[in-house]
Design a protein around this ligand. Structure first.
Ligand code: OGA
Ligand code: MN
Length: 222
């Protein structure tokens, strides 16, 4: 072991890998608090705030490729795709690469790609209940959300509500968007929504993918 190993906490709590795999198998979703290292959350949070302040984010839309369009009545966040341009992004994406290996080893999912974007929800913004992938044409297999806001107030709103896969009206969890919290769920079957936020809200939404060829046309990453 070298000295730096002693000083650097893991970016992603190692015990969370097993807990996450078990929860995905049992119920199709996982939520853990204090999973992502707080110094890394802070660095990512600063990066996202800087982008928000410098108009470096894009209004998020719905649908892919030529079907992509803005719908402020459906989702109100602004996004920036992670591309390894900072050390913080590289650390986060490397941690997701390790998680991908754990998922593949335990569940034989054949995941081979991960895409993720920062998301900034200004006060009043929300994201209506939705699935991240449509059954049958799925190449988004597992969704992840990492939260970045330190000290989220109890009246801050902006919770992510997770619904039962067989009954989209039955709420099964409410996730407070507090820095360090990590959520993960089956993209095809877990409905979820973001409640209106009272505070600027910062997260990283990401998806483990398998490549899907749609009528001979490779589904574009974004
Ligand atoms: C999404 C999403 C949830 C969140 O971007 O698809 O559901 O809590 N995000 O940010
Ligand atoms: Mn979603």
């Amino acid at each position: 072991m070298i000295a730096s190993d002693l000083q650097t906490p893991p970016v992603f709590a190692p015990a969370a890998h097993n807990a996450l795999v078990e929860a995905l198998v049992e119920q199709g979703w996982y939520v853990g608090t204090k999973v992502i290292d707080s110094a890394l959350c802070q660095a990512l949070y600063r990066e996202l705030l800087h982008m928000a302040e410098h108009d470096a984010l894009n209004e998020a839309g719905i649908g892919r490729g030529q079907h992509h369009h803005l719908r402020k009545d459906v989702r109100g966040d602004a996004i920036h795709w992670l591309d390894r341009e900072s050390e913080a992004q590289r650390l986060y994406l490397n941690a997701m690469g390790e998680l991908q290996q754990s998922l593949n080893q335990a569940l034989f999912l054949g995941l081979f790609e991960y895409e993720a974007h920062f998301a900034h929800y200004p006060p009043g913004a929300f994201y209506q209940r939705h699935l991240d992938s449509f059954k049958g044409r799925a190449n988004r297999i597992i969704s992840t959300v990492g939260y970045l806001n330190p000290d989220w107030p109890s009246d801050g709103g902006g919770e992510m509500v997770i619904y039962h896969p067989d009954d989209p009206t039955q709420e099964v969890a409410r996730v407070v968007p507090e820095a360090g919290t990590f959520a993960c769920f089956l993209s095809e079957s877990i409905p979820h929504e973001v409640l209106p936020t009272q505070q600027p809200r910062a997260s990283i939404a990401g998806w483990f993918r398998r490549n899907a060829s749609l009528g001979g046309v490779l589904d574009p990453a974004h």
